[in-house]
Design a protein around this ligand. Structure first.
Ligand code: HPA
Length: 297
């Protein structure tokens, strides 16, 4: 069976479970941020292990299931947990779920992650919208034959394509609006800055020398995910909003050694705020993405 057929089979399986729901907006919740999915009303829940060919998350803090339902009144499909290449998955396996989301009719995704903060001035617990990324993973998920059938709109699915606006300006503007509203509603000190996310393959955290090098390169955040998903989403023609949660100061910048426990604890502190932001964002994004003519409503 080809990779394309595996994606089609997985999507067909999920579509049956979704019934009448046809979400245009997808979300991926990163390390320690999974509880943001609790805000989805009456969700249909599909554990990854039930979906044919779907990779399983092995990282603590990643629960491994799809949830679909209404968030802020808009239909969304949420991945609670993702997989990474450091778990032993190939680039195509890491991005398999994004291919499935696109095949299901998703036209915009919000990719969240836990990240180390490189920029002086970021504080732990801060949310940052991604303006751009730097791929230092050493691989690209599109290596291998091009598969144009994954395109979700005309003009997408090309071998070579533009990445100058990998992270949608329009979606960032919606996120800024939602953040302003939250501040006005009393979320004191809530800011949504913009940053540049640099992805490493992990799983070791960085050395202080690496962080100094990454800062020189223009990165303000460092993490081990998101970039492969963004590349594949853009290949398909899906709009991307990236949101990092600064779970710790990057290596060499804080007083204490880095740990996954700290990443998870900060995630837990922030996830309610993230859920509120996503709840305000979902209907705005849904209103912006055009309906999919391939999926019957
Ligand atoms: N480095 C890489 N990945 C991370 C970090 C970090 O400091 N924090 C959370 N994910």
């Amino acid at each position: 069976m080809t990779y394309y057929d595996q994606v089609a089979e997985a999507a067909a399986f999920v579509r049956i479970r979704l019934g009448a729901l046809a979400p245009r907006v997808g979300m991926v919740l990163g390390s320690g941020l999974g509880a943001a999915a609790d805000a989805v009303a009456d969700p249909v829940i599909v554990p990854y292990q039930e979906i044919p060919h779907f990779p399983q998350s092995t990282v603590e803090g990643h629960s491994g299931r799809l949830l679909a339902g209404l968030l802020g009144g808009a239909p969304v499909i949420v991945m609670q947990g993702r997989v990474h290449s450091y778990e032993g998955y190939t680039p195509r396996e890491v991005t398999f779920p994004m291919r499935v989301l696109g095949t299901l009719g998703v036209r915009a995704v919000v990719l969240t992650n836990a990240a180390g903060g490189i920029l002086a001035g970021y504080h732990v617990g801060q949310l940052v919208a991604l303006a751009d990324h730097i791929n230092m993973m050493g691989w690209n998920p599109l290596t291998g034959p091009n598969e144009p059938r994954f395109a979700v709109k005309p003009g997408a699915g090309l071998r070579f394509f533009d990445m100058t606006e990998a992270y949608s300006k329009a979606l960032r503007a919606l996120a800024a609006e939602a953040a302003d509203e939250m501040r006005a509603a009393g979320a004191e000190g809530f800011t949504l800055e913009e940053g540049v996310y640099l992805a490493t393959p992990g799983p070791s955290f960085e050395t202080p020398a690496e962080i100094r090098a990454f800062r020189t390169l223009g990165a303000t955040l460092v993490g081990m995910s998101t970039v492969p998903e963004t590349i594949v989403a853009r290949h398909m023609g899906i709009e991307v909003l990236g949101i990092s949660c600064v779970t710790n100061l990057a290596a060499g910048l804080g007083a204490t050694p880095l740990s996954h426990l700290e990443v998870q604890e900060t995630g837990r502190m922030v996830e309610r705020r993230l859920a509120a932001l996503l709840g305000r964002l979902a209907p705005r994004i849904a209103a912006k993405v055009e309906p999919d003519p391939r999926v019957a409503l």
